[in-house]
Structure formats: C-alpha cells, structure tokens
Design a binder for this molecule. Structure first.
Ligand code: FES
Length: 400
C-alpha cells in the first residue's frame, strides 16, 4: 500500500484512511511493546529534560566585591550522573528555603554548553541590597552544599532563524554572565555567530570575568570586547554609559546585527532610549530581564495607589491563605515571603510558569515585562512575578 501524503489530505481523506489503519492494527503481531525507557529517544529526552538535577557545589570563586561564582557538579550520592545540556544564555532555577520563606531564583549560566557535557555548571551571584536569596547564597553556600534544580531554561539564546549572525551584546555588571557562556560557545564552535560585547561597569575593578573574556577575545576573532566605564577614565576603555554613539562606533558597519542586552534595570531604562535611536528592527533587539521589576512607582503609567499595603488572598489546591502584600512588592514576592510555595522560574514575566487566575481586585503590570498572551487578558490570567497590587486582590495559583 503506497503511503498517502498526509500534508495534502482533507478531513474526508483522513476518514477514508480509518479502515486501512484498523486493518494494520489487526494484522500486527500481538506483542507487548518494550518498556518506554528502553527507547533511545526517551533516554535522550530524559537526559535533556530531567525532572530534577541533584548537584553540589565543587568550587567557590571570588569574582569581586560581594560577587562569587559557584561551580556545580552532579551529586553522585543522590544518583545524578550527568548534567542536562543547555543553550548559551539560559539560566538555572534555584529553589531556596530561608526561614519561613520559600523562594525560587533564576541564575544565568556562565559556563559553556560543552562544559555541561563534562559535568560542570557555573552560576554567579552578586549581593543585592535587601536581596534575601543573594545574601543567603553568598553567606551559606560552600564546597559540598547540595542544590536541587531542574534543567536549564530561558529564551535569551542565539536563534539563527531570527537573530542576525552578528550579535552586539550590551552587558551591565553581573549581567555579563550569559555573554560569558555565549562567548565560550562561539569560541568552542558550538554557536556560529560573532559577538561584539560592550560591557558597562563603574570602574576597572568592577569588571567581572576580565581574564576569561580577554583570553576568549584573544583566541577567537569572532569575539570583540569593549569596556565602558562610568566612574573612571581608563586607557583603552570608553567612558560614560553605553550610548547609541558607542554602539554605532563598535557595531558592524556592513552587516545587520542583533542587540542582546542583559543588566540591571537602571541600565535598561537608559539603554532602551539609546537603542531606539539606532532604528533597528524590533526582532533584532533581545532583552534578558535580569532580576525582578522593582519600584513600579517610577513608571509614567503607574496609577495613584490609595494605600501602601493590601490584602492578598491566595487559593491553592482548594485552600486559601490571606497575607499582607506591599504595594511595591510583586504578588509573587509577597507569597514567597509568607512561606507560600508559589510556582516561578524566570521571575520576569516571560516563562509563564507562575501563570495564575486573578479572581478579584486590580493589579499593575509594567508593559516591558508583560509577557501575557491575548487569551490571558480575555480570561483574567496574570503573572504574579510582575504584578503589583492596586487593591485587595484574590488569586488562584496552580502548583506544578
Ligand atoms: S515566573 Fe516566569 S512568568 Fe512568572
């Protein structure tokens, strides 16, 4: 029997196939199919997307003032033998239990995809003022600390079908980490792209991964490195902030380029205006929202809020809990601080993992981090990781 071209079948043609299919099924030998995990494809899928990865810290590297990198390796005692592969630019989701609070934080990987095959991930943590997770990790993690995570995630990756082959990376402070991974992947031949990396720091001593980046730029001609120092002039570095003029000066002149940007929120506020002057197509501008949206009150669209604090009623698995929720805090932050294990990964409105139903009340969602789909608006769904209360609020969250 010749195989029909399924792409060209109408619904009626499909129905005509049913008798032939029934016949194939009847004629098939009565055998128990092999167990699912005996299929190579399933084994590979499990390797790439494990339910959990049990890791432990094998090395702590001091990167600078209040910045440390943690090398994570498989925790053999917990049965973890290999690490899941990833794409440069992705992050690792780290769940933490600190006192009553249950938190989840995404940290970009600065190791290369190839290094994951050799059993090594590396993440970098900078102390954030008032940041519960960063303070806890920097003060408590040491060699031997056990960490449970899942496979790396994230969309801040080079996609040849969408992105220009030349990437101009704009990094600020600790936002350099995904670019370190990308630079390594390019140098190792795992990504076929060029990278012009414009790295903004306050002073020379704030530059992270300096030796690694310079070595990569030296040995791989596809990588170019420019430092922009805001607080001190320095030979060979640009001075000030990353402006449109600086980007124009170092970006390729004769080919299209994509801009990838990763850094603190203050950097986006400035850089976005500068990038707009370049007249690039929208698809050529990619943001990694590095950290949570803070201080919504500085947004022009943020409405007058009658109170500093509201009540947040959370329905989870049929039970409800009511907590106080600061107007300046996201709903997710408030839940975490109150020990509610709400699902979250990216914490920046992109992954949809925290997707929850808004049952009543009003929230403010900053436009730049509003990753909801049209249907979410129609059916009243929100992302608590980037929703700020404007009134008492009731939501239903869906644990995963
Ligand atoms: S945690 Fe990713 S969208 Fe909220």
């Amino acid at each position: 029997m010749s195989k029909p071209n399924i792409r060209s079948l109408s619904k009626l043609d499909f129905l005509k196939m049913i008798p032939a299919r029934k016949q194939i099924i009847e004629e098939a030998p009565a055998q128990t199919p092999p167990p699912l995990d005996s299929y190579k494809a399933n084994e590979l899928a499990k390797q790439l997307h494990p339910d959990f990865q049990f890791l432990k810290v094998s090395q702590v590297i001091e990167r600078g003032e209040e910045v440390k990198s943690f090398v994570l390796v498989p925790d053999q005692e917990k049965g973890c033998k290999k690490l899941a592969y990833f794409s440069a630019g992705q992050y690792l989701v780290i769940p933490l239990k600190i006192g009553n609070a249950k938190l989840v934080r995404p940290y970009s990987l600065s190791s290369s995809p190839k290094e994951s095959l050799q059993g090594k991930y590396e993440i970098t943590v900078k102390r954030v003022e008032g940041g519960l997770a960063s303070q806890y990790i920097l003060d408590h993690w040491q060699v031997g600390t056990q960490v449970r995570t899942i496979a790396p995630e994230g969309l801040f990756t080079y996609e040849p079908l969408r992105d220009a082959k030349h990437i101009v990376g704009l990094a600020g402070g600790c936002g350099i980490t995904p670019f370190v991974s990308l630079a390594k992947a390019i140098a190792e031949g795992d990504e076929d792209a060029c990278l012009t990396l414009i790295y903004g720091c306050r002073t020379n001593k704030d530059i992270l991964f300096k030796a690694e980046l310079e070595e990569l730029a030296q040995k791989c001609e596809k990588i170019k490195l420019i430092y922009v120092l805001s607080d001190e002039p320095s030979e060979g570095c640009e001075n000030g902030f990353i402006t449109a003029d600086i980007i124009r000066k170092h970006a390729p002149k004769s080919e299209e380029y994509s801009i990838f940007i990763c850094g603190p929120q203050a950097m986006y506020d400035f850089a976005d205006q500068e990038i707009a002057k370049l007249g690039l197509r929208k698809k050529f501008i990619r943001h990694e929202v590095f950290g949570e949206y803070r201080n919504p009150a500085r947004d022009a669209e943020y409405p007058e809020v009658p109170k500093d604090s509201f009540k947040l009623k959370v329905f989870i698995r049929g039970e409800s809990t009511t907590i106080d929720c600061n107007a300046n805090d996201t709903l997710l932050n408030s839940m975490e601080k109150n020990g509610i294990a709400a699902p979250a990964h990216c914490r920046s409105g992109i992954c949809g993992w925290c997707h929850s139903k808004l049952l009543s009340g009003e929230v403010y969602v900053p436009k730049t981090v509003d990753g909801r789909r049209l249907a979410d608006f129609d059916y009243g769904y929100i992302h608590p990781c980037c929703s700020f209360p404007l009134s008492d609020v009731e939501i239903e969250v869906y644990p995963r």
